[in-house]
Ligand binder design. Structure first.
Ligand code: PMP
Length: 427
């Protein structure tokens, strides 16, 4: 089967003018033209279930977001050097979702900018430079954040003041994972001290998405947070992936793990696709930065973006989508787990809410990662109208993270497609 001619042409035109840094999913890339809820359609009219996208968190083209953005865009869009009610209203409502100590918020357009500022604030507040991350972490694309993103690979060396520690993985390490992680964080802090950097922060995504989706038992990250504080650092919870109800039983991922962060960064689902991100923090921590330095982000906190963010928060709360994520995510996890009875390739199925890792292994005893099989399964799923991708240090974990518009009736077709795909790949 050759590549669709239109797709081929678009790939070539794109490569010619946009270059190599832009990577595409799939051997035959997907050309999407329309979306609704958890469904997507390509240029040839083929329908897909989106199992990958937590950005369009309420669902693709959610009417409440379209309406809010359209109304505000028709009225005015400006920046935060003028007064505007929407940004203040939204901030008051957003802060209500956090523990009381977290009482300030600032806005940007991307997760990278939020983490970049978080690192600067942590360094300013602690007077130290060192940052500890997990060893497959991705935190952004700026100079500071890409230097703290080992997931980018050997082409992007870590910054001298960054230390990477393997994420706690209870499937491979057993119940000791959280304690082992804490010991490694302590050693990293000692090494940072020995090199004169000191420890400014542990920067961590509590669902450990790019480390392979490792929800772990509740509280797993608490001991590591204590080690960082003992070394004089603070905790930055990167909620770009787990935030806004995604993980089901808590609105923020850090709450599952008792991280008690001083700074929290927000992104992806915040505007349902509008580029909106944020940093929320304890006022005293933020003051160390904001007392000395102004912060102006041309597009950050603009009324149109804030209208989108307001609509997202309202719909999440009114439609109780966190509870939906817990319920449907639990059902999906259970159905996916039954595939382990029929397919030797399935090593582990784990998740929190609608954020599930489905790990493939060549051998259940040695747990040897089945990387090639995982890539084949992704291609087979695409042929069956299910879009997703892989994560983790071995690239063998399917990341299942649909828009929260995913319904109970979507479970059976997804599980059937995965069942078929596994059967094809096994033979
Ligand atoms: N943090 C995490 C955990 C992420 O997954 C990402 C994006 N994949 C980012 C930060 C960076 O966000 P952005 O692409 O919006 O800059």
């Amino acid at each position: 089967e050759g590549m669709d001619e239109d797709v081929q042409q678009l790939v070539e035109r794109r490569q010619k003018v946009m270059g190599g840094a832009y990577r595409l999913f799939y051997r035959e890339p997907v050309h999407l033209v329309r979306g609704r809820g958890a469904r997507l359609w390509d240029a040839a009219g083929r329908e897909y279930i989106d199992m990958y996208n937590n950005v369009a968190s309420l669902g693709h083209c959610h009417p409440a977001v379209i309406e809010a953005v359209t109304a505000q865009m028709s009225q005015l869009n400006t920046h935060t050097r003028y007064l505007h009610e929407t940004v203040v209203d939204y901030t008051e409502r957003l802060l209500e979702t956090f523990p009381a100590a977290i009482d300030r918020a600032m806005y940007m357009c991307t997760g990278s900018e939020a983490n970049d500022l978080a690192i600067r604030v942590a360094q300013q507040y602690t007077g130290a430079r060192g940052i500890i991350v997990t060893s497959e972490a991705y935190h952004g694309t700026s100079a500071l954040t890409s230097g703290a993103s080992p997931a980018l690979g050997s082409g992007q060396p870590l910054a001298p003041e960054v230390r990477a520690v393997p994420a706690p993985d209870t499937y491979r390490e057993g119940a000791d994972a959280g304690a082992r992680f804490a010991r490694d964080v302590r050693a990293a802090a000692a090494d940072l001290a020995a090199h004169g950097h000191g420890t400014a922060a542990l920067l961590i995504d509590s669902i450990l998405s790019s480390d392979g989706v490792l929800p772990g038992p509740r509280g797993m990250l608490g001991a590591a947070a204590a080690e960082v504080r003992a070394a004089g650092g603070i905790v930055i919870a990167d909620e770009v992936q787990p935030g806004f109800g995604r993980t089901g039983d808590t609105f923020w991922g850090f709450e599952r793990h008792a991280l008690d962060p001083e700074i929290v960064t927000l992104g992806k689902p915040m505007g349902n696709g509008m580029p909106v991100s944020g940093l929320v923090a304890r006022g005293d921590v933020l003051a160390a930065f904001s007392d000395d330095l102004p912060y102006f982000n041309t597009f950050g906190g603009n009324p149109v973006s804030m209208a989108a963010a307001s609509a997202v928060l309202r719909v999440l709360q009114e439609e109780r989508l966190m509870e939906h994520s817990a319920r449907i995510g639990g059902q999906l996890l259970e159905s996916l787990s039954t595939l382990a009875d029929r397919h030797e390739l399935v090593g582990d199925v784990r998740g929190a809410g609608l954020f599930i890792g489905f790990e493939l292994v060549e051998d259940r005893t040695t747990k040897a990662p089945a990387r090639t099989a995982a890539l084949q399964v992704i291609e087979e799923l695409r042929r069956r109208g299910v879009l997703t991708s892989v994560a983790g240090p071995y690239g063998n974990v399917l990341k299942l993270r649909p828009p929260l518009a995913f319904q109970e009736s979507d479970i059976a077709p997804v599980v059937a497609a995965l069942d078929d795909s596994l059967r094809v790949v096994e033979h």
